[in-house]
Design a protein around this ligand. Structure first.
Ligand SMILES: Cc1cc2nc3c(=O)[nH]c(=O)nc-3n(C[C@H](O)[C@H](O)[C@H](O)COP(=O)(O)OP(=O)(O)OC[C@H]3O[C@@H](n4cnc5c(N)ncnc54)[C@H](O)[C@@H]3O)c2cc1C
Length: 396
């Protein structure tokens, strides 16, 4: 049986300067083959495939996450987003999510599922550890990962930091004048909040979150209006695999060109449900074009029409959380990171999973596998361990 890694603080271990089990500590810094940043769907998928490929927790790889608990961004989603209302959540590789109560919040269901997953495959997730920056280590082709819990030196980094922590607020003239409340999906407290009950509410955004917020809020608000930049495209019937692939390849094209990715949902359209059909018939799910000015007490369209509002709810999406990669200068002049598969073209040691075309649960699963395959090839004969099954690895 192989020695098990014992986690001690990098500082303490560094002073001893020893190899602990498979964990190597050099000059007060943990040395690993691969650091995975983020333990959401994308990071856990990558971790599973690393384990399956023979990378050992400790010297082989570590997963660093700054959230307080398992669940990735799901743990922060609003309480009325029940598991039954999540659309198309794919299980992580190697372990199904079965028997979950559709009436429970997705934050709880998925948080518990991720926790079980981490235990089952003995994934070395360390939390809360905030990754502050990733930079070239300047020696031996390594990367330096600076964190709130010390430094790690790695030969490759899989970045899986999602988008949740960078909500996007469009800039509209007069926004600072508004005297009511402005909230974003990232801080949406559910419809029972004082911001909505008996209030006049504008919901802004053309995605699934916007529609879910609108339908919930309309039940308690005095009046709602729904505003989107482009006319929404409603999709009838199931989304087949071919349509899925076509949608993903549109996003892929953008990141291959180094442009900022659009969300996958933006190219898949809005799946029409019975509840949405009813809301449309009731005059709730009726879209108005984007207003162009915000006043002290509402919003105003170019034709001079107005809606007096107490609350503006921005369901306007998210942007990739990648500021900690800035020292690597991966961004193109177009603002995005040019990608080949999951690999950054500017620095092949850095992979982005859950980014752009892989920003969905199924995309994140696939990206985790692809990144690990690529990293094995990158490390080649000098580093990549012999491949084996993850169950075998977990049992070792
Ligand atoms: C409201 C909403 C609903 C959605 N519903 C669906 C759905 O039904 N089906 C679907 O397929 N997709 C859905 N998505 C898309 C969904 O977010 C992705 O599919 C997937 O869950 C994202 O996983 P991820 O691992 O990329 O990111 P996340 O789940 O966001 O995980 C990122 C992790 O990185 C950590 N992290 C970030 N920065 C740092 C740092 N600097 N240092 C350390 N840790 C860091 C965070 O703590 C977090 O745990 C939804 C998205 C939103 C916003």
């Amino acid at each position: 049986m192989r020695a098990r890694t014992r986690w001690v603080s990098p500082g303490a271990a560094g002073r001893r300067g020893k190899v602990r089990g498979l964990r190597v500590v050099v000059h007060g810094m943990d040395e690993v083959e691969v650091v995975v940043v983020g333990a959401g769907q994308a990071g856990l998928s990558a971790a599973y495939h690393l384990r399956r490929s023979g990378f050992e927790p400790g010297g082989g790889f570590v997963v660093l996450d700054h959230a307080p608990a398992p669940g990735g961004a799901w743990q922060f989603r609003w309480p009325t987003l029940t598991y039954g209302r999540v659309h198309g959540m794919h299980a992580l590789p190697g372990m199904e999510l079965t028997g979950a109560d559709p009436g429970r919040s997705s934050a709880e269901v998925i948080g518990e599922y991720f926790a079980r997953y981490e235990r089952r495959f003995e994934l070395p997730v360390r939390r809360p550890v905030d990754v502050r920056e990733v930079r070239d280590a300047g020696a031996e082709g390594r990367l330096l990962v600076r964190t709130s819990a010390g430094d790690w030196s790695a030969r490759a980094v899989i970045n899986a930091t999602g988008t949740w922590e960078r909500p996007f607020w469009p800039r509209i003239r007069g926004q600072e004048l508004f005297r009511g409340r402005q909230l974003h999906t990232a801080g949406y407290p559910g419809p029972r909040d004082d911001a909505f009950v008996g209030r006049r509410v504008v919901v802004i955004g053309g995605g699934t979150s916007a529609v879910q917020h609108l339908l919930e809020v309309a039940r308690v608000a005095q009046e709602t209006v729904w505003v989107t930049r482009r006319p929404p495209v409603f999709r009838e019937g199931p989304f087949d695999e071919e349509q899925g692939r076509a949608a993903v390849s549109l996003v892929e094209e953008r990141v291959r060109e180094g442009l900022p990715p659009r969300s996958v949902v933006s190219v898949t359209g809005l799946p029409m449900t019975e509840e949405m059909r009813r809301a449309r018939a009731d005059g709730v799910l009726v879209r108005r074009p984007m207003f162009t000015r915000i006043t002290e007490d509402g919003v105003e369209w170019p034709d001079g029409s107005r809606f007096r509002a107490d609350t503006l709810l921005w369901a306007t999406g998210f942007r990739p959380v990648i500021d900690h990669l800035a020292p690597l200068r991966l961004r193109e002049p177009g603002g995005g990171i040019r990608m080949e598969g999951t690999r950054s073209v500017r620095d092949p040691r850095v992979h982005l999973v859950g980014y752009g075309p892989s920003a969905s649960t199924i995309g994140a699963n696939r990206a985790g596998r692809a990144a690990v395959r690529d990293i094995r090839a990158l490390l080649g004969a000098s580093g990549a361990p012999a491949e084996r099954g993850v169950e075998g690895a977990a049992a070792a």
